[in-house]
Design a protein around this ligand. Structure first.
Ligand SMILES: N[C@@H](CCC(=O)N[C@@H](CS)C(=O)NCC(=O)O)C(=O)O
Length: 332
């Protein structure tokens, strides 16, 4: 693991010394938007119109943030319009690599480059910062549109309907404030909360993160007692953002990140809800437990110095989800 400083690679682990042992996620560099007609989006510059075959996603199957973009690509019928390259699950001193010696790792499908950082320096030779997945690459302008998953999923949700005819909407206008409110708590205490617990280097930083995480899981468990999905009777973006953390919970976060007050399977509502989302057509194909389990345990040498990859729990994600008694309606 490392980062770029003025286009040069430096192998450094996360700095938690300056923050009293707390892991703080840095902000994202590329913030442009693909829009229907190329007009600028909420941030960055314009000139990125939705076109078939023009954009390419760089992802890791292990990463929960990249996973969101793969789910939206599948749900929105974008497989034939947006290509994908999958990095190797081991993220070591060179950062994400395009090695292909692991099932499902594709290499760099556009340029045949060895490292993900080469894609970042192709976009900006003097770039500084972390080299993260996902990356949405524009093959026409030869640059990165965005490396912020929260924004990439909104582009995939909203910009390509004219091309695909798929107008399913996971961020409906009338629900946006409510969705954003749920996202905010879920992001800080669950999505990023597991990382704050796992990467903490002081007891107090770990305690703070792990308590907030399980408070939120209790809150979500209650919320899902009479709601089929987080926002009620229709699936929204908020559900997919939560799903990619829940699906990794028992396999990785419970043990490797010490989020072990309870397992996900011990929450009846959350566990049924996770199975239902997993069973939505197109979603199971985006879940790769081999990459997930291998990545975390092998890459984080500071947490797991012998790099033993555990066997992992047997999870029956295809079991009936048992949530049919709660009302549901279409996303269109
Ligand atoms: N804000 C980014 C965060 C993405 C992120 O942190 N990805 C992780 C993998 S799960 C990564 O690539 N980390 C490499 C690093 O931090 O050096 C997003 O949501 O798109």
């Amino acid at each position: 693991m490392g980062q770029l400083q003025n286009g040069e690679w430096h192998d450094v682990w996360y700095d938690t010394k300056s923050t009293g042992g707390k892991f703080e996620r840095t902000t994202t560099t590329f913030r442009n938007w693909v829009t229907t007609d190329g007009r600028p989006g909420p941030s960055g510059e314009g000139g990125f119109p939705a076109e078939s075959g023009r954009y390419h996603l760089y992802v890791s199957y292990a990463c929960p943030w990249a996973h969101r973009t793969l789910i939206f690509r599948a749900l929105k019928g974008l497989e034939d319009h947006i290509g994908v390259s999958v990095v190797h699950p081991e993220m070591l001193t060179e950062g994400w690599e395009f090695r292909t010696d692991f099932k499902g790792a594709t290499g760099d499908g556009l340029f045949g480059l060895p490292f993900l950082r080469d894609i970042y320096t192709k976009a900006d030779p003097n770039i500084s910062g972390r080299v993260t997945v996902p990356v949405l690459w524009d093959t026409e302008r030869g640059t990165i549109v965005s490396n912020e998953s929260a924004e990439i999923i909104r582009m995939l949700n909203g910009a390509f309907g004219g091309l695909t005819g798929n107008h399913d909407d996971y961020w409906p206008e009338a629900m946006r404030d409510g969705i954003d409110e749920v996202n905010e708590r879920v992001y800080h205490t669950v999505n990023n909360g597991v990382y704050k617990a796992g990467f903490a280097t002081s007891q107090s930083a770990y305690d703070e993160a792990v308590v907030a995480l399980f408070d939120s899981l209790d809150w979500l468990e209650d919320r899902l007692a009479d709601k089929r999905y987080l926002m009620g009777d229709r699936i929204t973006e908020a559900d997919w953002r939560l799903f990619t953390t829940l699906i990794r919970f028992d396999a990785v976060y419970h043990g490797h990140f010490k989020c072990n007050r309870r397992k996900l399977v011990e929450y009846p509502n959350l566990w049924g809800y996770t199975r239902e989302l997993y069973q939505v057509p197109g979603v199971a194909g985006s879940v790769h437990f081999d990459h997930i389990t291998h990545h975390y345990h092998y890459s984080h040498e500071k947490i797991n110095p012998h790099r033993i990859v555990p066997i992992g729990p047997d999870l029956d994600l295809d079991a009936p989800h048992g949530r049919d008694h709660l009302e549901a309606r279409d996303v269109a």
